[in-house]
Design a protein around this ligand. Structure first.
Ligand SMILES: *Cc1c(COP(=O)(O)O)cnc(C)c1O
Length: 452
């Protein structure tokens, strides 16, 4: 029995899978924050190249992956799918556990799958510069890498606390040639206004988004803006993960009973699960269970409300209908930085509402416990975000043991944790804690939802 199922470069998918073709409902429209009317392509054109705007609303089932994008994908794709023999033995479970490993990309996570595509379409549209924000630094590094390959300047507004606490992520972006500034910065009106009020502001993702957007729309150089999660086109670019995993599981002679993924904005989860959910929606896999795992510190699906809300803290973005904890929600400082988001991608929310997928929240300590077990059996040190998926898969495998049934469990290992060793150090020293969000805090944040 194989440990690692590998595909040939020729097996890199030739098209992304667009779940909008198979959803039994329409996604709710995105609304303009001022008029509260659905936004049209012209509203988005200052920010994104037209091809990405087209993909955002497309209902074509497959969208061809341009050859120059597939050529870059060859640097690390197809990614391996592993059978977790040693983890299974450690858990004494009759379950078969598999994981798809996206940490083999140059940036160490799934994010380059969309960064490369976005850089390509921008290049094609004549964009010379892309601005973006980054919190933990994973998205900024993916875009820095992709921008360099397509000869586009990248400027990253990095939340100031992360800029100071994660110097190696910053150095990685600079190594790929990106300009990185701590946000709030003196480079934009939005940043200067925050600094005037509070020169020591630690920054936030919301402020950084405002800066990146202002820069993109006011720059004299042809500049666009890029997002690393949440939007439909971003989720679709990630479906290379699930499309490959499907073929690899065929090679292993199995079809999954349970799929598990970690969710922040929803992109790695969607990319991994949507090609299988397509089977479920079209009646070919009626019994497939799909489980999204979120942190108890930012439980958008399991405890948020379903409403229109801003995508950012500064109320600049269009309104998205989603499960939200409120745009003013300030998540606890858990180490899974990529999962500290108040909202969720629209299609993930709709599938949850329709009962097609399940969601569970897991606390920080149990997550690191699973991450450590994984590192000590399978060898790979997982990103704290990825450890959420491991926790979910381990719990399902334990259930199999207790019930005495064998199920095939497949999860997405969305990134490695080599830039997160401070978090592991603190866990090993016993310095980490659990955060359970008090109900009053949710209620307070929800009171600030926009009236639509
Ligand atoms: C960004 C990131 C996430 C969260 O984003 P999703 O869009 O939910 O995938 C999770 N894991 C890793 C490793 C990330 O870099």
């Amino acid at each position: 029995m194989h440990t690692k199922l590998v595909l040939d470069e020729e097996d890199i998918p030739k098209a992304w899978y667009n779940i909008q073709a198979d959803l039994p409902f329409n996604l709710p429209p995105v609304l303009h924050p001022g008029t509260k009317q659905p936004v049209g392509p012209d509203d988005l054109a200052p920010l994104f190249p037209m091809e990405l705007i087209r993909q955002e609303v497309s209902k074509e089932r497959y969208i061809e992956i341009p050859e120059p994008v597939r050529e870059v994908y060859r640097l690390w794709r197809p990614t391996p799918l592993y059978r977790a023999h040693r983890l299974e033995r450690a858990l004494q479970t009759p379950a078969k556990i598999f994981y798809k490993y996206e940490g083999v990309s140059p940036a160490g996570s799934h994010k380059p799958n969309t960064a490369v595509a976005q850089a390509f379409y921008n290049r094609q549209a004549g964009t010379k510069r892309i601005t973006t924000e980054t919190g933990a630094g994973q998205w900024g590094s993916a875009l820095a890498f992709a921008g360099k390959l397509f000869d586009i300047e990248v400027k990253v507004y990095m939340v100031r606390v992360s800029y100071e606490q994660k110097p190696y992520r910053r150095a990685l972006m600079e190594t790929w040639g990106a300009q990185v500034v701590p946000s709030p910065s003196n480079d934009t009106n939005a940043g200067r206004a925050v600094l005037a009020a509070d020169p020591d502001s630690p920054g936030s993702l919301g402020i950084a988004i405002s800066e990146a957007v202002e820069d993109a729309v006011t720059s004299k150089t042809p500049t666009k803006y890029a997002l690393g999660s949440v939007l439909n086109h971003v989720l679709m670019h990630q479906t290379v993960i699930g499309l490959e995993a499907k073929r690899q599981l065929e090679m292993a002679g199995v079809y999954p009973d349970i799929l598990v993924g970690a969710i922040g904005g929803g992109s790695n989860f969607a990319g991994f699960t949507y090609p299988f959910i397509g089977d479920k929606l079209t009646g070919r896999a009626p019994n497939l269970r799909v489980v999204a795992i979120e942190p108890t510190a930012a439980p958008s699906l399991t405890r948020g409300v379903y409403a229109y809300d801003f995508g950012d803290t500064s109320m600049m973005t269009p309104l998205l209908k989603m499960y939200t904890l409120g745009h003013s929600f300030v998540p606890a400082p858990i180490h899974a930085g990529g999962l500290r988001y108040h909202g969720m991608a629209s299609s993930v929310c709709e599938l949850y509402r329709a009962g097609v997928i399940e969601a569970r929240a897991v606390p920080q300590l149990a997550t690191f416990e699973a991450g450590l077990l994984f590192a000590r059996t399978e060898g790979i040190v997982p990103a704290p975000e990825a450890a959420h998926a491991i926790r979910g898969a381990v719990d399902e495998a334990i259930r199999c043991r207790e019930e005495g049934v064998s199920r095939t469990i497949v999860f997405n290992l969305c990134g490695h944790g080599h830039f997160d060793m401070t978090a592991y150090e603190r866990y090993l020293r016993g310095e980490l804690q659990d955060y359970n969000l008090p109900e009053e805090e949710i209620q307070r944040a929800l009171a600030e939802l926009p009236q639509v």
